[in-house]
Design a protein around this ligand. Structure first.
Ligand code: NAD
Length: 380
């Protein structure tokens, strides 16, 4: 089999992980690495005897590549992705797709224009229990959704935020926990509950010394009529993950691994009007839904992306699917700062102006090559 020729752009914490993990993927061959700080890429170049670049344009000009993996800070994803697709190179970008929905739109438009596949590293989508919950919802087992709640917390120390000058800043990240950790949660929320249409958010910097939020809460209305509550933060220990999906025919409670499914003997919408009992308990069945273990994680997303190109099929997550979770993150932030409910789609112009205003006083200067990074990325 001819292997797809790939390069990793951005070899900090996440990119270094990709550099090593793609070595076990039969469909790809790592041909080059690139980082604006050459000292971050050089050890990989030496280890795998491949060229090292400090500029993505030079990489794209000199190497014949099938796809690039982008693992740079989010505000840089758009420029690199568009340049790559213009050169005929497919792109697998880290989440979030970008730091501002308008940049995500440009990436999706470029994929369309240049006929390239733009995929996203939403590795949670490869996890068997999550796929099962998605399948259950799609099967209609819960009927009409009434309520969707998600609480997902990710603890981070001050050292984490201090480990890269871009972290926790408006100009370097465009948001805090909502842009860095929660994109996975927001993707899952949209994947399971559907498109959000209205948001009222409250974001706060509760604990950390940083410009952007370390905690966020939101009331969300979905297109299908369901309402929901979402909470995320990097301030709490032990961390928790819990999603409740409550429908007319039952309920799913999921902690990221274990699925509790409750199915009602009769839909609430029928039973409520049929019973003469004022305080009834609808007969129900409760079960733990079991799923078989299967390969999961970043390498599965990368391998599936390669197969999507080779076999002309869908990757785990398309770039276009990254817009809704990013827009939701942006709307939560914007709603909080404007103290009002935001209807989606979020105005691109208003949000860009908001980000520009916030970035004016940001301590991060994108023109100065940043110092430091987290080293090895750890996953929850
Ligand atoms: N999928 C996941 O689970 C996951 C986990 C962690 C991070 N991420 C994402 O990966 C991206 C990077 O995060 P990180 O924690 O690895 O950051 P990091 O700071 O550790 O690494 C980023 C690297 O990109 C380099 N860089 C910056 N601008 C560049 C440019 N224009 N061209 C080439 N290199 C450039 C930096 O020098 C640095 O080495 C972020 O978008 C983040 O959200 C995803």
């Amino acid at each position: 089999m001819d292997k797809l020729r790939i390069a990793v752009i951005g070899t900090g914490g996440m990119g270094s992980f990709h550099v090593n993990s793609v070595q076990n993927i039969d469909e790809v061959q790592l041909c080059a690495v690139c980082d604006i700080r050459p000292e971050k890429a050089k050890p990989h170049g030496e280890k795998y005897s491949i060229p090292v670049y400090d500029n993505h344009k030079e990489l794209l000009g000199k190497e014949k590549l099938d796809f690039v993996m982008i693992a740079t800070p989010h505000p840089t994803h758009m420029r690199i992705a568009v340049d790559a697709m213009k050169k005929g190179v497919h792109v697998l970008s880290e989440k979030p797709i970008a730091s501002n929905p308008v940049e995500g739109d440009k990436m999706v438009a470029a994929a369309e224009k240049y006929g390239r596949t733009l995929g996203l590293m939403f590795q949670q989508r490869t996890e068997a229990p999550r796929k099962k919950v998605h399948e259950l919802i799609q099967s209609g087992i819960l009927g009409k959704l009434y309520r969707v709640n998600m609480i997902s917390t990710w603890y981070r120390s001050q050292a984490y935020y201090d480990s890269g000058t871009w972290r926790g800043t408006w100009a370097g990240e465009g948001g805090g926990v909502l842009l860095n950790q929660a994109p996975h949660d927001l993707d899952q929320l949209v994947w399971l509950a559907g498109k959000p249409v209205e948001v009222r958010g409250v974001v706060e910097t509760n604990l950390h010394d940083m410009e952007v939020e370390d905690s966020a809460s939101a009331m969300i209305r979905f297109e299908n009529g369901a309402t929901g509550y979402f909470h995320t933060s990097t301030v709490e220990q032990p961390v928790i993950y819990r999603i409740e999906l409550c429908g007319d025919k039952g309920k799913i409670i999921f902690d990221g691994r274990n699925i509790k499914l409750c199915t009602l003997a009769d839909p609430i919408s029928d039973y409520t009007f049929a019973t003469e009992d004022s305080f009834p308990q609808i007969p129900m069945e409760e079960q733990e839904v079991k799923v078989d273990d299967a390969p999961e994680g970043h390498a599965v997303v990368t391998r599936e992306f390669a197969r999507a190109i080779l076999e002309n099929r869908q990757p785990v997550a398309l770039g276009a699917e990254g817009i809704a979770p990013l827009e939701l993150a942006a709307a939560i932030i914007y709603s909080s700062y404007k103290a009002k409910t935001i209807k989606l789609p979020l105005s691109r112009r208003a949000y860009t102006n908001f980000l520009k205003e916030k970035s004016k006083t940001s301590k991060y200067d994108p023109n100065v090559v940043e110092q430091g990074s987290v080293g090895t990325v750890k996953f929850r």
